[in-house]
Structure formats: C-alpha cells, structure tokens
Design a protein around this ligand. Structure first.
Ligand code: PLP
Length: 284
C-alpha cells in the first residue's frame, strides 16, 4: 500500500467474506484499488477492505434528520416513515454495519443478488423485493422476501399467489405504478391497475398493502412532486374501491425523498445517500 493511499484511509475496516462472489477477483490481487460502494477503497494482503471517506453513521444521521424535518412539514410523526435501505451492490458486511446502526428493512432489486447476499446477512433483517420480478423467480422470491413491492401484472400476481400457497404463506405486496408512463420503466399504468384491482384483490394468498412508484429521474425534486401526489390520490381511489385502508405509499429515493414524505410517503427507499454511489455494472 503506498503512502498516499494510507493517508486517505479512514478507520473503517471491513472483513471480506470470501463467499461474496462480486469481489472474488479483487481478492486475488494482493493490493488493488477497487470500487466499494462508489468510494475509493483498497483490498490488501490481509484480506480487509479499507474504505475511504464513507461514514455510514453520519449518512444515516443526516437522512434521519431530513426525514424528521420533512415529516414535520407534513404534520406527521417521523415514525410514520420507514427507511428502507437499498442494499443493491452492497456486500453483506455493509448491510451488517447498517443493521448495527438500527436499520431493519432492506431492499434488493434482483433475486440473484438477494439469493447470494441474504444468507450472509444478520438473520433478523426484513427484506423487500423492489426490482422487476420475472415469473420464473417467484418461487424463490416468496422464500427470500417478506414483501414484493414491484407487482405490476395479474400474471405475476397469480404466480406469486400460487407460490405463496405452496409455501403455506400469506404474502404482502405493493402494486408498482408507472405514473409518468415512462417506456423505460416497469409498473402498471394507473388505469390498467384500477381495471385489474378486483382480480388482484381476489387472490387469497396476497395482501395488497399499498402502492409503489419510481419517478422520472431529475436533479430538481420539485419536478416530481406531481408524481408523488398522483400516487397518493390513486391510493385513495384504491381504498374506496376496496373498502379498506391501504397502509403504504412506497415513494422517494435519494434525490427526492423529502418531497415524497411531504406528499405522504410511508416508506422511502434509499441507497446512494446512505451507502454512497453504487458502482455500475457494464450492463447497467
Ligand atoms: C426501486 C428502487 N428504489 C430505490 C432505489 C435507491 O435509489 P437511490 O440510490 O437513488 O437512493 C433504487 C436503486 O436502484 C431502486 O431501483
């Protein structure tokens, strides 16, 4: 390790678990610079990552303060908002650190990543599927996740219902809505969801707990306020149709969670603000 690198190393020392495949190549190098949650880090001969410039506790504290302030502006208690930590691209050691700081609910976008990671994380954690789910992954997803936030078709819901029944479970779900109608995103168009709501609600093993959305990306969060507002209105429409309250509005990510809370979010899904920039895979 050269002198310059040593100076930039903070006190974070995270033991590598060799069972995590993502970093196996990096492990072979005796001293190599590798990306770690977007932060500079080194993997050294002693098999430890040294993360530079990442302070999970400080990041979490900042987020919690902002959640509190945004909830206050909306006249709600901060406890009405669940912070879901998006673990995509983060190793189990990072998840364990976040858990030690008190986080309990984690999100994953892919079944493959969840399958490798969840068994290496503290067992008490609760995992939500927040990415697009293919029907051939439903059986495994039902075993891994306590909630599927990305249900966007009756076909998918029926498969989940079947797998939940086989596992003797009831499965909480959210309906993912593509409010802005972006072709690049998954999710129900609002009118399609409303047309299919009764069929979804009739599936005996699924419990509809609310709605989820991923808004268009913009550096100006005010621009997506109408998207969050529309999701809240849509939840009211669903509640009227179902004759029962729905608990959750899962909306708001790093760029826009404060606006989402002002518009009624009960769950914000945060990755970057907590763990730092994700390293992008070539395919992303
Ligand atoms: C569905 C979903 N929600 C939340 C996030 C977290 O986004 P951010 O890192 O901007 O907080 C992601 C990231 O991939 C995501 O796919």
């Amino acid at each position: 390790m050269d002198r310059d690198s040593q100076q930039r190393i903070t006190r974070q020392r995270i033991q590598i678990n060799p069972a995590v495949p993502t970093h196996s190549n990096a492990l072979r190098a005796e001293t190599a610079r590798v990306p770690f949650g977007g932060q500079q880090s080194l993997v050294t001969h002693d098999g430890y990552y040294y993360c530079c410039g990442m302070d999970l506790a400080a990041n979490l504290q900042g987020i919690q303060q902002r959640i509190e302030a945004a909830s206050g502006r909306a006249g709600r208690a901060a406890s009405s908002v669940t912070l879901l930590a998006v673990a995509k691209g983060q190793p189990p050691e990072m998840v364990a650190q976040a858990a030690q700081l008190g986080l309990a609910v984690f999100g994953e976008n892919k079944v493959q990543e969840a399958r490798a990671k969840i068994p290496l994380c503290p067992g008490r954690l609760r995992w939500h599927m927040i990415g697009h789910l293919q029907t051939n992954k439903c059986r495994e997803a039902v075993g891994l996740f306590e909630m599927i936030q990305s249900v966007d078709s009756v076909h998918l819901a029926e498969e989940l219902n079947k797998r939940a029944e086989q596992s003797g479970k009831r499965l909480p779900i959210l309906l993912e809505i593509n409010i802005a109608g972006e072709a690049s995103k998954f999710g129900y168009r609002p009118e399609t969801m409303l047309a299919e709501l009764d069929r979804l609600n009739a599936l005996p093993r699924l419990e509809i707990h609310g709605l989820m959305t991923v808004p268009p990306w913009t550096p100006e969060p005010e621009k997506v306020r109408p998207v969050f507002r529309r999701l809240r209105e849509l939840k009211v429409e669903c509640e009227q149709r179902l004759g029962a309250p729905l608990q959750h509005l899962s909306m708001g990510m790093t760029a826009d969670y404060e606006v989402a809370i002002e518009e009624g979010a009960t769950m914000v899904r945060i990755g970057t603000a907590l763990f730092g920039e994700r390293t992008r895979k070539k395919s992303e």
